[in-house]
Every structure is written in C-alpha cells, then in structure tokens.
Design a protein around this ligand. Structure first.
Ligand SMILES: Cc1cc2nc3c(=O)[nH]c(=O)nc-3n(C[C@H](O)[C@H](O)[C@H](O)COP(=O)(O)OP(=O)(O)OC[C@H]3O[C@@H](n4cnc5c(N)ncnc54)[C@H](O)[C@@H]3O)c2cc1C
Length: 251
C-alpha cells in the first residue's frame, strides 16, 4: 500500500552544474519507513493534474523524519523544471515508498556499478547497511563502487566516499570512472587513487584483476540510465555472471 507524504523542502544544494541534493522534511505523516534502494513518486503539479516522476531515496533509512534525493535537472523536463524552480520551505507531495531494488543481506562480496545520479539508491544502501557490510560477521567482505561520470568537475560526494573508505581496512573501496577526461592531471595528487579514466566496465576490468576476487562469486548492483544499465548487464552476462546475481534499477 502506497502512502501519501506531505513534505517541506528544507534544503536544496547544488552538487554540480545540473545536479542538486534535495532534503525534504516530513510534515504528514511524520515518518517514512523504507528499504534502502526504494524510490518515492514526486507529484508534479501540471495543468492536467499531478504527474508522477520516480526518484530513488538517497539518504539512509535510520533517518525517518526526512529524506534526500539526488536529482539531475534535464532540459525541458516536467519534474526537472518544477524541482529547479522549487524554493526552500515549499510544500511538496510524494507517494511511496516503492520498488524492489535493494541489498541482498548475504555474505557475498558486492560490486556497485552506477552512472550519474544512479549513485542515489546506492548511497542509501551502503550508508544504511554499512555496519552490517563491514561487520565482524563477514570480516573480509568487500564492497566496491564503480561510479561513472563524465568529467572531474561533475564529481560530488567525494569527501563522504573517502570517509567511508577511511573507516575500513580496504573493505570498502570506490573508483570514479571519468569517461571524458584525457588524463588525471587536474585531480589533486592525494585523490588520484580514487579515479580512473574510461567507462565503468573498463575500470572494473582493470581493477578487479588486482583484487583477487572471483567475479562469479560476487553480487552486482547496477543503476543509472536505461541504456547504460542494459549494456552493463550484457557486459556481466558475457562474463558468465549468473542473472540471479545481477540486481538493477533503470532510470
Ligand atoms: C525507479 C526510478 C528511479 C529514479 N531515480 C532517479 C534519481 O534518483 N535521480 C534522478 O535524477 N532521476 C531519477 N529517475 C529519473 C526520473 O524519474 C525522471 O525520469 C527524470 O528526472 C526526468 O523527468 P522530467 O519530468 O524532468 O523529464 P520528462 O518531462 O520526463 O522528459 C523531458 C525530456 O527530457 C528527456 N529526458 C528525460 N530524462 C533525461 C535524461 N536523464 N537526460 C537527458 N534527457 C532526458 C526526455 O526524453 C524528454 O524529451 C528515476 C527513474 C526511475 C524509473
């Protein structure tokens, strides 16, 4: 059963030229219970009545009185125009939560392959489950994010990812795969180890070889634009990864 949530936009922060982090406080009901990886349906007012657009919750599920979204503003998009013009303290309606994308709580090592705002549900899944994922129960468990972006100037959440990386003994790692940079010279030297040139699939191929992980023993979580997710899925299937170990959300 979907619930309707009356919320107030408490903060809007620009992450890069066309991506924003929206923080909504719940007005009524006062709490939202969701599984990390799920989405909410934004009700966009239009002359023909409200229109729905789906957005993955980007915040962890232990925070119940508010939630965050990471949204790319696309040119001439209905929801994009609405969200772009939205002022702090505006009232906004959502329905949800919904969706089946979520972490399988098992002992298998996990690979996340995402592009752009596909990082949103993964951020929720990783932060919500971080203690479990790196718990003593599974002492050598590995969790890797491969995040595809075009240019270095597009990057956000870097400090947050670095902090998660620092909290573990290499159990949590991430690589940001820059598809439109020619080299890594503009990146401060101490951060270069977090970056690779190329697309997510080639970064994965390069990096996984050094990790001594058996690719068929891993669980894969894919998220991003429809075509990218489809091609990443094919990339994994060709490597004989079983379909049941590939979880995905197509935007
Ligand atoms: C399960 C799910 C979860 C999602 N979660 C997120 C999320 O966390 N963050 C997020 O930013 N989006 C997310 N999306 C995408 C989101 O629902 C909208 O489709 C997107 O924001 C565009 O909506 P719009 O109303 O602004 O554009 P529309 O009015 O639907 O489209 C307007 C025009 O823009 C084009 N267009 C649409 N999307 C894009 C694009 N990405 N790039 C270029 N052109 C485009 C369309 O082809 C069309 O011509 C998710 C989608 C799904 C299915």
């Amino acid at each position: 059963m979907l619930s309707t949530y009356k919320t107030s936009l408490s903060k809007k922060s620009q992450l890069n030229s066309n991506t924003y982090l929206y923080h909504f406080d719940l007005i009524e009901p006062k709490e939202i219970i969701f599984k990390p990886g799920q989405y909410v349906m934004l009700k966009v007012p239009s002359i023909n009545g409200p229109v729905s657009r789906l957005y993955s919750i980007a915040s962890p599920n232990n925070i119940k009185n508010s939630f965050e979204l990471i949204v790319e503003i696309v040119p001439c998009g209905l929801a994009s125009n609405y969200l772009f013009s939205l002022k702090e303290n505006s009232e906004v309606t959502f329905q949800g939560p919904a969706g089946m994308f979520g972490l399988k709580k098992n002992k298998r090592d996990k690979i996340f392959m995402v592009t752009g705002t596909g990082i949103a549900p993964v951020r929720s899944m990783v932060i919500s489950n971080f203690k479990f994922l790196i718990s003593k129960e599974i002492p050598n468990s590995k969790l890797q994010i491969y995040w595809g972006m075009k240019n270095y100037k597009d990057i956000y959440l870097l400090d947050e990812l670095k902090q998660l990386n620092n909290e573990t003994m290499k159990q949590f790692e991430f690589k940001i795969c820059l598809s439109r940079e020619q080299n890594l010279d503009i990146i401060p030297e101490e951060d270069r180890k977090y970056f690779e040139l190329g697309h997510v699939n080639s970064c994965f191929d390069q990096h996984i070889e050094n990790c001594k992980l058996k690719i068929e023993n891993l669980d894969y979580y894919l998220c991003g634009g429809r075509q990218v997710v489809e091609s990443l899925k094919q990339f994994l299937l060709i490597k004989n990864i079983s379909q049941e170990n590939i979880m995905f959300e197509k935007f």
